[in-house]
Design a protein around this ligand. Structure first.
Ligand SMILES: [Zn+2]
Length: 113
């Protein structure tokens, strides 16, 4: 029974981030709830730091949710992944950083220049 209890999986800096995480989880098939963001309306005079909306998931999804959140943050954090475009060694076309193979000639992305 304890496995279906909600657990806090993430403490967000603001409601926007909390809902961003919630959306990412739900897109991955994990039901999630934002707790505490409504306080932002009720106590609007408090500094933002006092308001920390949390994202809750069922305990059975906790580990998976942590992984999804880590992946989501890694993808959206500047510098966490190579953010620069890369040039194909085969055809000299420029590729987006997220591409693992050249869009033009399908050559594998070379490790380092
Ligand atoms: Zn190429």
């Amino acid at each position: 029974m304890a496995d279906s209890e909600p657990r806090e999986v993430y403490s967000a800096a603001n409601a926007q981030e909390a809902h961003f995480i919630k959306t990412a989880l739900e897109e991955a098939g994990v039901e999630a709830h934002v707790v505490g963001d409504h306080l932002q309306n009720a106590v609007g005079d408090l500094p933002a730091v006092a308001i920390a909306p949390r994202v809750w998931v069922n305990a059975e999804n906790f580990d998976r949710a942590r992984t999804i959140i880590a992946d989501t943050q890694a993808r959206h954090q500047p510098g966490a992944t190579p953010a620069s475009q890369w040039k194909c060694a085969g055809c000299s076309e420029t590729n987006e950083p997220s591409f693992e193979i050249c869009w033009n000639c399908q050559a594998a992305r070379s490790g380092k220049e």
